[in-house]
Structure formats: structure tokens, C-alpha cells
Design a protein around this ligand. Sequence first.
Ligand code: CP
Length: 309
Amino acid sequence: MGLKRKDLLTLKELQKEEIELILDTAVSFKEVGSRDIKKVPTLRGKTLVNLFYEPSTRTRTSFELAAKRLSADVINISNSGSSAVKGESLLDTAKNIEAMNADMIVLRHASSGAPYILARHLKSSIINAGDGAHEHPTQGLIDLFTIREKLGKIEGVKVAIVGDITHSRVARSNIAGLTKLGAEVRVVGPPTMIPREIESSGVTVFHDLKKGISGVDVVLMLRLQLERQGKGLFPSIREYSEVYGLNKEKLKWAGPNALVMHPGPVNRDVEVSSEIADGLSSVILEQVSNGIAIRMAVIFLLSGGSPSS
Ligand code: CP
């Protein structure tokens, strides 16, 4: 059985079985990355276009590597280098890319919902690589994969997501995926950064970091989304860091051997101290490595592949 959908726009609409299929498929693709020749012929002749209207290091690069490891052709288009600067709409740009027979378009955009517009109007598969504050489904999948790989399971695992929940697409995708797979999810942050309706998504809210991370198995720290925030959510970055930043002393409040995760880019000594980011508890770079396997799995499955093929 493969994925019976054209697009990947959100983890909220995926069934638990679909998420597990992607995670299981990524396990076999991870092995490809450790070979001398990191390439399989699976998607020879297919074309993937990375269409990024916002900056990215990890997501854009790993989609490109993932597609190349599957032998697909890859084109990268950024906002500043495209005809968007001459006023062309997103949809017109995407229709022109499709006219060149692109099989798959990976879109990052500042507007929540932008990938849905393309998915509705185009035959090409659309993958959401982060839309405004809405979702970042492949990052959510990476984080699920990393937790499962490190702890052997997701069901029953206690995960605290700390920081700017309101503006975080990573938080939204993680909450959707983790709750579906049976994790116990807490969100921790100042009241100004936690949406009021969040408890209806199955999480528990904490405003106190010590209580919020007490005994958890995973502390997932979020980047302050300064580019999406209005003014006045907290007095200063220094004060935010003192109250909600993670350092060696505060990590002792979490469970023994708790994992520290962060989707990147990390603001060192704001969300996490350098000794934590570079320390033994951190799996931040493993998340990045796992990004290629997850994106290979997503590209493969959306192209009609199935694990038995
Ligand atoms: N995690 C993530 O989305 O990183 P980039 O912005 O570098 O792609």
C-alpha cells in the first residue's frame, strides 16, 4: 500500500496509518545515505521543483538531496530570483512550472494556506515546506521519526514543546502528529505565545518552564518567530531567555536522559544554551540528517511508490 493522496499539505489531515507508513519507508531510505554511492534509480525521469518564497537552509537543501538520491531532476527557484519580483502571482508562477512538466512542487511561503491554492489548481503534487504559521509537515515527520528512532516508540512518550507556539508551524505539525501517535504533549510558553484554543488539540498548557518540562522524555525547543510576531509579546529577548531558555541547570527538571530537539535555525543562548545545543542530550543534528530520509519517503510515496515496489 502507498499513500493515496496527491499532496502533502498538513499532518492534521493524515491518518495515523499514513504517518506510520512514511516513518517506516524513511527507515529503509535512511540506509541509502550511509552508502558510498548515495543514489537509487527509483525516480529517474521525474522532476521536482523547490519553490521557496522564504529563506531556508535545512528544508530546501534536504529536499534537493532527497530528490537527487532518488535520481529525480531538481530545479531550485527562490522568490528573489524569480519573476515574482516583476509581479507574477504565485499561482501563475506555479502554472508555468507545471507547463514544463514538473511532477512535484515543494513550496515554502509566508502565507498560511498558500500550498492549498496550488494543490487545488495543479495536477502536480504539492508538498508544503512551511506555510506561514500554519504547518511544516515534513519537519513534524522528522521529529516523530527522530523520537521513535531514539526512544523506540512514540505512544506514551512525554513531549514538551517550548516557546512561541502561536507563530510556530513546527509546533502545529508536531502537535498533530504526536497526538495521533499517542504521545502525551505539553506546550510551554508565555500566555502571549500560546493560542487560547490550543487545548482542544489534545495538549496540556503550562506557563511555567519547570512544571512544563518536569519528568518529560523530550524537550522540543522552538525558535522565536520574530519575523511573524507583533511587538510586545515579551519585554526583551534577554528576559525571554532567562524565563524560557533551556540551559544545563534547567534541563535537570526534565526526565533522566531527556532528548533536546530544535528544528533550527537555533538562536544560541536564546532558546538553548550552546552547552545544551552541542551537548549529549541534543539530537538537533540528527533531526537534520533524518530530514533527507523523511523527504525521500514523502517524495517516493507521493510519486505512487509503495514499500513493496
Ligand atoms: N527547520 C527548518 O525549516 O529549517 P530551514 O528554515 O533552514 O529550512
